[in-house]
Design a protein around this ligand. Structure first.
Ligand SMILES: Nc1ncnc2c1ncn2[C@@H]1O[C@H](COP(=O)(O)OP(=O)(O)OP(=O)(O)O)[C@@H](O)[C@H]1O
Length: 780
């Protein structure tokens, strides 16, 4: 990577026109280079929680190859005896308690049988026997008689003890109680002491304001979150409602409680959904959205509770830090107790310290997104025109280069390298004056990148072209994990600009980096950190080592009834899609709703055309029709509905079923391909069988699937692909190979994250030694 290229990795995405611009970028190539400049600000970072990492450690322990089995269900224990008759939750007959190991054949296996050890890294799995609120004898599975569990049981009982009293209170009396708790917390009383009453208040407010009384499993999840765990709750078990508990209790001390989620849509949806609970308790809620200006951000952060994305929290931290350094106040205000110098107006930081953060989708944010640091750019590049023209020149000729003749691709690193003939071609191509003045080595790099982009980055698969805010078309990445458009995010290492050149768009040459922070550093700066996820078990080791957060698996409220149908493997995409269409036809005839998940927009559209051909009415949900998302989702569980979706139908998509549909067997989910992370597959599967509903799912695979290339290498993948071209029917015996390939890809991503962490750690250490601010004085 050349000096120029490095500066190109950081592009503009700031919502604030006057503030420095923000983007993502790679620190890898310059991670350990010292800044030549003399020290600027000495920033002690005593407030950071220290991770425990050693990239040399074995990867298998951290990635944990254990499947995240669904936990055993826990019957609602029933609250205080005086529960009112008009409370439907309370008056409902208790759910029968199943034998943990005896689910019906075909349903998913239970998490752990009595006496089993939890998967590597999972601190504990709560078993139903342990949570008989009020029961005299609390029998525990062997191996889990931890004092912590017993203590939580007692807290749950204490919370239950408040219930009858609170139910008799008027709304204003509830609010008064909440205010009284706040005074006590601000006066220094320990939150742990206030927790039973606080959680009981939130539960009562949930019941009144939203008609949702927190289940006992959610209360236990909430207690574990208060104590800094990552709570693993199955999809559809109500993480949104559970989050209200720790957010409320931490908000009482008046230093702000943040909920970090994966995108603006979820931040807004969850905040607005839960707001009535908080308002009933006199607690203010702010929402940060990407386009917000500094003024409205400051207002949102001044609320007791703030919902936003991890990315926005990170950029706000960096922008504040730049501002404070400009004002020379960084030590006293930013690193103080979090409240120093904050007012609601003027040229002030927008945040008021980092007190508590609850990370929703913890594995996605703390692990997947942790591969890319957040970077704010600033420096004007004098050679901008030259760079733009070189991108265009390289793109124009990219398709003239032949594999093996002009360039090679390294199987392991996926790096493109020009051969001697390729380099010769670069030298002989016609060039403008500006391009000619670029160094030869740079021209080779621009060419290699352009060839890579032309071969690997496809319109409507990895990205879409869409009119931007300023009217010009722009590239928007389609997030592989969420299927949504990743607003404001850019590929690093010049890839984004090479794609802009390929599509003939304006090239967004970035402007160097003024400040940056890794996701790990960002969250380790919070005094208190907790997380929720549907699927953390596979990442438990990594989460514990990096963030020091134990993973706790919370049982489901009702027994899961989701059936897994056996995997089906086909030779090629088309035969696979035909088989999928046949299955859709068959199940559609029964009236059950069907959700089909695809890995990309173009594949969702191919399937849609095939369904059109046989006259099956359906909806398509992908990043191209976000506007109709709510409508499509609200109807997806209806009689005879068929929905083809990208990963957008993942997290946050709550598909409700009527009693008729439940009687028919619930929703059927068809997964058309494996994703790079098994977690994403499970998110899609989690759209059916929610809250104990019946449902089924099946995984379809084909020998030309991308996962084989990523996991087994291009040669082996190519061999399998050509073998598949001549296959007619299904070859289901290959199924294991795909899971193996997926595990390999997961391990590779894990290694990348560890290398990034290691470099960052070294860089920060060195910068501190020479008195620099590791967030601001980033070498570029
Ligand atoms: N205590 C409760 N009482 C009644 N309904 C509840 C309760 N908790 C959750 N629900 C319902 O469960 C459904 C799923 O909730 P939510 O979307 O928060 O789940 P989730 O765990 O975030 O799922 P996912 O990970 O799939 O997004 C919602 O329809 C919600 O109304």
């Amino acid at each position: 990577m050349t000096q120029q290229d490095n500066s190109q990795t950081h592009a503009d995405a700031s919502p604030d026109a006057t503030a420095p611009t923000a983007s993502t970028g790679s620190p890898m190539s310059n991670a350990s280079r010292p800044e030549n400049e003399a020290s600027k600000t000495d920033v002690p970072d005593s407030q950071e929680r220290k991770p425990e990492i050693d990239p040399s450690e074995s990867t298998s322990a951290a990635t944990g190859d254990h499947p995240a089995d669904p936990p055993v269900p826990m019957p609602e224990a029933g609250p205080a005896p005086a529960a009112s008759a008009n409370d439907s939750q309370d008056s409902a007959p208790p759910t029968p308690q199943p034998e943990p190991t005896a689910l019906a054949a075909g349903t998913e296996p239970t998490a752990l049988a009595a006496g089993d050890e939890p998967p590597a890294g999972v601190t504990a799995t709560i078993a139903p026997e342990r949570f008989q609120t009020g029961a005299k004898s609390v029998s525990l599975f062997s191996g889990f008689k931890t004092p912590k569990m017993l203590r939580w049981m007692r807290v749950l009982e204490e919370i239950g003890g408040w219930e009858s009293t609170l139910q008799q209170d008027s709304d204003s009396e509830l609010k008064k109680r909440s205010l009284a708790l706040r005074y006590r917390a601000m006066a220094g009383e320990k939150l742990a002491k206030l927790l039973p009453e606080g959680y009981a208040l939130v539960r009562e407010a949930g019941r009144r304001a939203l008609g949702m009384r927190h289940y006992d499993v959610q209360m236990i999840g909430g207690i574990s979150l208060f104590e800094g765990s990552i709570a693993e709750m199955q999809t559809g078990e109500g993480k949104t409602l559970t989050a209200t508990l720790p957010l409320y209790i931490h908000s009482l001390v008046g230093k702000g409680a943040h909920l970090a989620t994966v995108n603006d849509y979820l931040a807004k949806r969850d905040a607005e959904w839960m707001m009535p609970i908080f308002h009933m308790l006199g607690v203010s809620v702010g929402i940060i959205q990407t386009p917000d200006d500094q003024g409205s951000r400051r207002k949102s952060y001044s609320s007791a509770i703030t919902y936003g994305t991890a990315k926005e929290f990170g950029f706000d931290f960096l922008r504040d830090r730049l501002l404070l350094r400009a004002q020379n106040r960084i030590q006293t205000e930013m690193l103080g107790d979090g409240g120093g110098g904050f007012t609601d107006s003027g040229d002030k930081p927008v945040m008021r310290g980092m007190h508590f953060c609850l990370v929703d989708e913890a594995d996605s944010i703390l692990i997947d997104e942790a591969r890319t640091p957040l970077i704010i750019g600033s420096i004007e590049d004098t050679v901008r025109d030259q760079i733009v023209e070189t991108y265009r020149w390289a793109s124009k000729h990219a398709s003239e280069y032949e594999l093996d003749d002009h360039f090679t691709i390294d199987d392991d690193t996926k790096q493109y390298e020009l051969t001697a003939r390729g380099r010769q071609k670069v030298r002989s191509l016609p060039k403008s004056d500006l391009v000619r003045t670029m160094g030869l080595v740079d021209l080779y790099e621009y060419t290699e990148r352009a060839v890579k982009v032309h071969r690997e980055f496809l319109l409507d698969r990895q990205y879409v072209v869409r009119p931007g805010d300023k009217g010009e078309d722009e590239i928007v990445i389609v997030d592989e994990f969420t299927g949504r458009l990743a607003e404001g995010r850019k590929w690093r290492d010049g890839i984004h600009q090479a794609i802009e050149a390929k599509e003939g768009l304006d090239i967004s040459v970035p402007t160097g980096q003024a400040a940056r922070i890794t996701v790990q550093d960002l969250f380790l700066r919070y005094n208190h950190l907790a997380g929720m996820t549907g699927t953390a078990a596979t990442s438990a080791g990594e989460l514990r080592r990096i963030y020091r957060t134990p993973v706790l698996r919370v049982p489901t409220n009702r027994p899961p009834q989701r059936k897994q149908l056996s995997d089906r493997v086909f030779g090629a995409l088309l035969t696979k899609f035909r088989a999928i269409v046949d299955e859709v036809k068959e199940i559609h005839a029964t009236g059950r709703p069907i959700l089909i998940g695809t890995r990309s927009i173009d594949k969702s559209e191919i399937l849609s055309r095939m369904l059109d051909e046989i006259g099956i009415e359906h909806e398509v949900l992908n990043a191209n029709n976000v506007e109709r998302e709510a409508e499509i989702v609200s109807e997806a569980g209806g009689l005879g509905r068929v929905t083809v979706a990208t990963n957008m139908a993942g997290r946050g998509t709550d598909i409700k079923l009527s009693d008729d549909i439940v009687a028919l067997g619930g929703m059927h989910v068809i997964c058309t391909e494996l994703h790079d992370a098994a977690r994403i597959d499970r998110q899609l599967i989690g759209r059916c069988g929610r809250q104990g509903d019946p449902g089924s799912y099946r995984q379809y695979l084909s020998l030309d699937d991308d996962i084989l290339k990523g996991g087994l290498g291009p040669d082996k993948a190519e061999r399998l692909k050509s073998r598949g071209e001549n296959l007619e029917g299904s070859v289901d015996s290959y199924a294991k190979l795909f899971r193996k390939a997926q595990r390999k890809v997961e391990k590779k991503h894990f290694r990348d994250r560890m290398v990034l962490l290691h470099h960052e750690k070294e860089r920060k250490k060195m910068q501190r030694e020479i008195g620099q601010d590791p967030y601001l004085d980033t070498p570029d």
